[in-house]
Design a protein around this ligand. Structure first.
Ligand code: SF4
Length: 100
């Protein structure tokens, strides 16, 4: 019975941990956000405005940008340019800097 009691005691802690981890999830950056628009952010790099941002080159994506903080394989990740938001790994903006 000790194991059942400990399980019941662990439940609320597990619930709080799950809730906290949900809070840690940042919202995905809206490309229509003012700063995102100013930097030409797109969720799909192939849709980058090549006329407005001629420095864009095929193959550049957030996932291989120096500022991208997502883990390899993640669909989205944080970028310090957009605090509190996540950017798409396949996205791009004009502040792109190739990862060393
Ligand atoms: Fe993506 Fe890099 Fe622009 Fe951040 S700075 S949005 S990681 S291309």
């Amino acid at each position: 019975m000790t194991s059942r009691r400990s399980f019941i005691q662990i439940l609320p802690v597990a619930g709080i941990a799950a809730f906290a981890s949900r809070l840690a999830f940042a919202a995905e950056l809206d490309p229509k956000d003012a700063q995102a628009t100013a930097l030409g952010y797109v969720t799909d790099a192939s849709n980058a405005d090549k006329a407005k941002f001629p420095k864009y080159a095929a193959g550049q994506t957030c996932a291989n940008c120096q500022l991208y903080q997502g883990k390899p394989g993640d669909a989205t990740g944080p970028c310090p340019l957009f605090a509190g938001k996540t950017v798409a790994a396949k996205g791009w903006c004009s502040a792109y800097a190739k990862k060393a």
